[in-house]
Write a protein that binds this ligand. Sequence first.
Ligand code: PXP
Length: 243
Amino acid sequence: MKKKTLGVNIDHVATIRNARGEIYPDPLIAAQICESSGADSITIHLREDRRHIRDYDLKNIKKKLKIPLNLEIAPTKEMLNIAIKYKPNYVCIVPEKRKEITTEGGLNLKNNMKFLKSMIPKLQRHKIRVSLFIEPSLQDIKLAYSMKVNCVELHTGAFCGAFNKRRKKLINSYFKKLKESSSYAKKLNLEVHAGHGLTYKSTQKILKIKDISEFNIGHFIVSESLIHGIAFVVKRFKKIISK
Ligand code: PXP
């Protein structure tokens, strides 16, 4: 069986940087630390409003990273041109609404069908692996398959929300959907990924679905890094000011 891989989404390193308009923390440094710590790929989402990752981050990270770069983009002409210009190893096509706090659901494949059908082969011609971020639904997997993508990434947001609130019935029903969708996608020879809202515990539960081969995790990794890194920084400051 193919090994399971971890993609680290570093968008929120840029969120902290942009909150102050500063040059730190640098997403490139975060990406390189993830790389040397065993991450299998790095994910960045270049949003239309550039609220976190900016074009220069994409340029710098693509230039310096040795592991694959996974670029998340909306299905638009602007983003397609950017992807073709920078040629990340992977592209994951995601939906985007300006006012959302995060990517709230999977792509509406029917509404975007025409554009996706021209976008996907254009990316693949540049040897970019293409994934569609979708809800765990058999119908969407069938549509994704018909568009000849390489992978589907199943949105785990609803599952993780139920998991964090310990809503047992909901957890079971979302888990079942993820499991059935993964198995169906795998049968169609699609690579199956999962992402959104994953924590240590919810990842452990999702790991029971054998057909999922890649996990893309961001917000929790950045949050945990902050909690576990703060003691180091405070001690270093104490040393500086007590000299
Ligand atoms: N996968 C995709 C396609 C996403 O859009 C996101 C969020 O940007 C993630 C994974 C990571 O989600 P989270 O930051 O909640 O771990």
